[in-house]
Write a protein that binds this ligand. Structure first.
Ligand code: NAD
Ligand code: IPM
Ligand code: MN
Length: 365
């Protein structure tokens, strides 16, 4: 198997966490005899500074010529006064649009070992295993018109969806629900917004193609509460773009840290893989970042772009093993009364690498 991956590490902790993800991928590929061709290009703030654009043309061209793109994170405080279309984040949104993936899969899995890290009681989160399917190319992020009219002292954005855009992401969410616990919760604000009424009607139309899946609809405000009260109630959670952005960060409370969450965006020309977290300027460059979200994102590359299910599962199982052995990064060390070893970003990456290596070698014997 040959896989061409473009790494756009970006800003802040992006390079720190993607380095670890890439080194785990190299280890797995080497053992399995798979060829990984990895190139790196700039995106985000670092690209604004060096190339004058948050998404330089050679980055976009390389992305379109890859089998998969692994993004670290973009953004930094020094760009905060720029308008949205000039910011590092604009580079990521342009990349998403160009690659065309519209279904952003954000699994939130509560590792038992991290229960103490969550402010929620262990019996609430134990066994929680949610797959958010976030629509990624529509809604307020891309709807027109959009403007901040300073003279008028008025600004507007447009939350817009077509029936086709809702149907295609719904279909992916239902297909995934069929492979899981066959329950789908669609999130909207249909008590207030026409766009959510279209969303709900379309989800119901697609639901008719999947009679085995139990469907429920929740308003986003109530859903944000239910998620914390009874996370185990949810299997696949289907949302529009902004609601999914917000609820997936909220799910970090269930998993113990934002640094644990991976994502994969499918359905377009080239799949895009990104940990859910951002560039974390508050901890960047200090070796404090948790690389596990990025490493688990690497596993998703193998699963969705390489059809290497066993290798993907091996990475996930190595992450579990490392947590079972008690290794933590600082964000996972809350309530660490037992004095568990707290590792740097690089040390955590190395632990996962060693563990996946010994697991794969043992399995091949
Ligand atoms: P953030 O996700 O960067 O950080 C939120 C909090 O979580 C911070 O306290 C941070 O230290 C912590 N955190 C995040 N990832 C962590 C990790 N791997 N290990 C340990 N702790 C971690 O969100 P923010 O502070 O709101 O945004 C910072 C910048 O990142 C902004 O410019 C924002 O636009 C950008 N952002 C980018 C992406 C992306 O590129 N995919 C995603 C979200 C935010
Ligand atoms: C995410 C981020 C991005 C989003 C930003 C940086 C554009 O928050 O991937 O969750 O809002 O989609
Ligand atoms: Mn986000």
């Amino acid at each position: 198997m040959k896989l061409k991956i473009l790494v756009t590490a970006g800003d802040g902790i992006g390079p720190e966490v993607t380095n670890e993800a890439v080194s785990v991928l190299h280890e797995v590929a080497e053992i399995g005899g798979h060829k990984l061709e990895i190139t790196a290009k700039r995106i985000g703030g670092v690209a604004i500074v060096k190339d004058g654009s948050p998404l330089p043309k050679d980055t976009l061209d390389a992305a379109l010529a890859s089998d998969a793109v692994l993004l670290g994170a973009v953004g930094g405080n020094e760009f905060n006064s720029l308008p949205p279309d000039k910011r590092p984040e604009a580079g990521l949104l342009q990349l998403r649009a160009a690659l065309g993936g519209f279904a952003n899969l954000r699994p939130a899995f509560a590792f038992k070992e991290l229960a103490v890290n969550s402010p929620l009681r262990p019996e609430i989160i134990d066994g929680a295993d949610i797959l958010f399917v976030r629509e990624l190319l529509g809604g307020l992020y891309f709807g027109a018109p959009r403007e901040w009219n300073k003279a008028k002292g008025e600004a507007w954005n447009t939350m817009r969806y077509t029936r086709e855009e809702v149907a295609r992401v719904s279909r992916i969410a239902f297909e995934l629900a069929m492979k899981r616990r066959k329950k789908l919760t669609s999130v909207d604000k249909a008590n207030v917004l026409e766009v959510s009424q279209l969303w709900r009607a379309t989800v119901n139309e697609v639901a008719a193609e999947f009679p085995a899946v139990t469907v429920e609809h929740q308003y986003v405000d109530a859903m944000s509460m239910h998620l914390m009260n009874q996370p185990r109630n949810y299997d696949v959670v289907l949302t529009e773009n902004l609601f999914g952005d917000i609820l997936s960060d909220e799910s970090a409370v269930i998993t113990g840290s934002l640094g644990m969450l991976p994502s994969a965006t499918i359905g377009g020309k080239v799949n895009l893989y990104e940990p859910v977290h951002g560039s974390a300027p508050d901890i960047a460059g200090k070796g404090l970042a948790n690389p596990l979200g990025a490493i688990l994102t690497g596993a998703l590359i193998l699963r969705h772009s390489g059809a290497l299910e066993a290798e993907a599962a091996a990475i996930e199982s190595a992450v579990r093993k490392v947590l079972e052995q008690g290794f933590r990064t600082p964000d996972l060390a809350r309530g660490n009364s037992q004095g568990l070893p707290v590792l740097s970003t690089k040390e955590m990456g190395a632990k996962v690498r060693e563990t996946v290596k010994s697991q794969l070698l043992a399995a091949s014997r």
